[in-house]
Ligand binder design. Structure first.
Ligand code: NDP
Ligand code: 2IT
Length: 443
């Protein structure tokens, strides 16, 4: 834990970053012990330190013509196995330490996908909530006026994350194109299908999480069909985790947002889902409005984890499922927990799931479908061609099956069968570490 202590000492305020580093270092310890070459090459010391951090100011004009100011960031974490790759987050809680946690996680996740992508993350403390389209456009354009010089298909390829969806990517891509006079370079992923985006990218993280969960259930002779599923969040990842769960015959009883949680004991229907898609993506309203419209239970500030379920899919944000809530899920007989968000479970929560032998998938494995399909978008852009929705979905499915078996087999190899946290961290680490060793001490 010498490396961990030095991370804490260097940046004492970056708590979520410490948490992410702790989880990884603890889980990869057996691999570092087994292969002394990583110590010799100081891989741990190097891997926790981002290769580069860019920070800049983002001035923009609001609807009254007044100048507003936000901060912009890009963390280019690790490019040993490919160009930096990872989303932008626009949320008022964005600070450097938060993006360092996300960039660090992304590095291991991208390695697990099997595709040649390094790790990066960026964003701003800009809050798109309540802003007009023109305000969002003004912000995105200003953000890109600095960002364009740091990104590119062989350098760094950003995408979306919390607060950055199709609208924001569209404005940023438009600004990039106008500034550089370059089109078709695959500089961003999550683009609209009319201008180089991949079909199934919007669905990919949620679908991928459910595909991964189905693989975990299979190892116990179970399937998602007929299972009661609790989902948190109602953004991009949650929406498509719900859709795929419904398609596979599960009963989805909850969704939430940062204000509260809806509980639908009979399960959401396709009609409910369509209504929520319109609510969240067109009207940009609150989940409470669903409860009012369909007369179901709504708990202000509530979370899904108090309800009895077979499968829990946390798809909102970091640290949204703590130790106490994990214990409630276990006491209520949960079979599987599939992280759709990045690090939604606290360290205490993870210990409870692992010790109780719950099928628990860390986000870096089970939410990797999003970035994997971003990788497929890059492949299509490079070919100047596109694949059908069926082709992309099939490739996404196969990638999730592969990530599952990689994590599963690695855990077995290291004497902890069924521990996906250990398996995913070690498998992700080994590929990056080997690439760093091979490329010499400056890499
Ligand atoms: P969205 O912005 O589309 O949705 C985020 C959802 O989470 C909203 O329902 C939001 O509620 C809720 N939420 C956000 N912050 C908080 C908070 N502090 N407390 C409670 N609820 C909160 O983002 P995504 O769906 O894209 O992302 C969700 C998670 O999945 C994040 O952890 C992200 O990093 C991760 N992820 C996303 C991928 C992608 O492809 N988009 C890929 C892999 C991981 P509200 O509207 O009230 O803020
Ligand atoms: O956390 C994530 O993996 C993402 N937000 C998606 C990143 C990407 O480049 O598609």
């Amino acid at each position: 834990m010498r490396v961990y202590n030095s991370v804490v000492e260097k940046d004492p305020a970056q708590k979520v970053f410490h948490q992410a580093v702790f989880e990884v270092l603890e889980n990869i310890a057996p691999a570092v012990e087994k292969f002394p070459i990583y110590k010799e090459h100081k891989i741990l010391e190097r891997i926790v330190e981002p290769e580069r951090i860019v920070q800049f100011r983002v001035p923009w004009k609001d609807r009254d013509g007044e100048i507003q100011l936000n901060r912009g960031f890009r963390i280019q974490y690790n490019s040993a196995i490919g160009p930096y790759k990872g989303g932008f987050r626009f949320h008022p809680t964005v600070v450097l330490g938060l993006l360092k946690f996300l960039g660090f996680e992304q590095t291991f996740k991208n390695s697990l996908t099997g595709l040649p992508m390094g790790g990066g993350k960026g964003g701003s403390d800009f809050d798109p909530k309540g802003k007009t389209d023109s305000e969002v456009e003004s912000f995105c354009t200003s953000f890109m006026m600095e960002m364009y010089r740091h990104i590119g298909q062989f350098v760094d390829v950003p995408a979306g994350d919390i607060g950055v969806g199709a609208r924001e990517i569209g404005y940023m891509y438009g600004a990039f194109r106008k500034i550089t006079n370059v089109h078709g370079t695959g500089v961003l992923t999550g683009k609209g299908p009319r201008y180089g985006g991949s079909l199934i990218r919007p669905q990919a993280t949620g679908y991928g999480n459910v595909y991964f969960c189905e693989e975990m259930l299979k190892t116990k002779g179970e399937e998602l069909k007929g299972k009661v599923v609790a989902v948190s969040g109602s953004g991009n990842v949650a929406q498509y985790a719900v859709e795929k769960s419904l398609q596979l015959g599960a009963k989805v009883i909850t969704m939430s947002d940062s204000n509260g949680c809806i509980y639908v004991p009979d399960g959401l229907t396709k009609e409910h889902w369509d209504w929520i898609m319109e609510l969240k993506n067109v009207r940009r309203g609150r989940i409470k409005e669903f409860a009012e419209r369909f007369n179901v239970e709504y708990t202000k500030g509530g979370k899904p984890w108090v309800y009895k379920c077979d499968v829990a899919l946390p798809c909102a944000t970091q640290n949204e499922l703590n130790g106490e809530e994990a214990q409630t899920l276990v006491d209520n007989g949960v079979l599987a927990v599939g992280e759709g968000a990045n690090m939604p479970t606290t360290l205490e929560g993870i210990i409870i799931f692992v010790e109780n032998k719950i099928l628990f998938s860390p986000g870096k494995a089970s939410n990797a479908g999003g970035v994997s399909t971003s990788g497929l978008e890059m492949a299509q852009n490079s070919q100047r061609y596109f694949w059908s929705a069926e082709e992309v979905d099939q490739k996404l499915h196969q990638i999730m099956v592969n990530i599952h078996s990689t994590a599963y087999e690695t855990a077995k190899l290291f004497g902890q069968p069924g521990n996906y946290v250990l398996g995913a961290n070690i498998a992700g680490f080994l590929k990056i570490a080997d690439a760093m060793v091979a490329q010499g001490h400056l890499a």
